[in-house]
Design a protein around this ligand. Structure first.
Ligand SMILES: C[S@@+](CC[C@H](N)C(=O)[O-])C[C@H]1O[C@@H](n2cnc3c(N)ncnc32)[C@H](O)[C@@H]1O
Length: 264
């Protein structure tokens, strides 16, 4: 009888988002679970976002940061703070986020609107002027490229940060995907006329071909890095790529000698 009742409750849970919300609310209220700090994502735009990352990308990056719990994130490109706030919501309480921008309005926004959070530091200088001292000589565990969108500037930046990367650092590069014409809104049409993107075929448009070239350059010149691409042409997707040093997972030390750079 109790098993049947529980099954009915579960069936209601799987079928009703209202019931899911109620169960979640009471789970937090009763201390059974904790809040997850994702409410901000309800207001992030998806299909027509140009500039900030898209909502679904923010969800993915939120989940990755929550999973990794990095101590230090460096972001190139604050703009209006969408990605920065998303990182802060996902970061552990002892984490730090250093965000670079050169635009006067973005810097004012960062310094006035984000001063509530001691984990956040705005660095008002170009990504190409990165110095380890900017980030208090910490090692970078997660870095997000979303600023200059130019191959040369990104290569210079990479060369400056590479010795500050933690051994298992993750590098995220935004805008590496292709837009499919079938999903264009008017602002995407306008973008293709105003900015120097590149048509790769009749339907596929590289809105930031410099970012794509940057990923290929890292992998070609630093073959020790492997890349994964979070791209889709089934929707309008800016896309991002994740890179990390290739490595073996550490095994039981008593059985095998361990490679010095294995990952726990
Ligand atoms: C696409 S927006 C960043 C969007 C932001 N990451 C988000 O998702 O909300 C790019 C930002 O990079 C900044 N930027 C451009 N060139 C830069 C450079 N060389 N160094 C630092 N920031 C730069 C621009 O001022 C702009 O605010």
């Amino acid at each position: 009888m109790i098993a049947q009742l529980k099954s009915l409750v579960r069936q209601l849970f799987y079928r009703s988002s209202l019931f899911q919300a109620l169960v979640g609310f009471f789970s937090i209220l009763l201390g059974r679970t904790e809040g997850i700090g994702m409410s901000h994502l309800l207001s992030y735009r998806e299909n027509d976002a140009i500039g900030p990352l898209q909502r679904d990308e923010a969800i993915a990056l939120f989940g990755i940061v929550r999973t990794l719990r990095p101590k230090v994130i460096v972001e190139f490109g604050f703009f209006h703070g969408h990605s920065a706030f998303n990182f802060l919501q996902a970061l552990p309480s002892d984490g730090r986020l250093y965000s670079y921008d050169i635009d006067a309005d973005s810097i004012i926004r960062a310094k006035t609107e984000f001063n509530f959070d001691p984990r956040f530091t705005c660095i008002a200088k170009s990504q190409t002027a990165f110095e380890p001292g900017d980030i208090d000589n910490h090692l970078i565990e997660f870095v997000f490229f979303d600023a200059a969108h130019e191959l040369e500037l990104n290569m210079t930046t990479f060369d400056r940060i590479v010795s500050s990367l933690a051994p298992n650092a993750m590098i995220a590069i935004h805008d590496t995907g292709l837009w499919h014409r079938a999903h264009f809104a008017p602002n995407h049409e306008a973008f293709t006329r105003e900015y120097p993107g590149e048509w790769m075929s009749e339907d596929l448009y590289a809105h930031q071909s410099g970012e794509r070239a940057f990923v290929d350059w890292i992998v070609a010149t630093h073959p020790e890095f492997g890349a994964l691409h979070f791209h889709s042409t089934r929707t309008l997707r800016h896309g991002f790529s994740l890179l990390q040093l290739g490595s073996q997972l550490c095994q039981n030390i008593s059985i095998n000698p361990q490679p010095a750079d294995c990952i726990v």
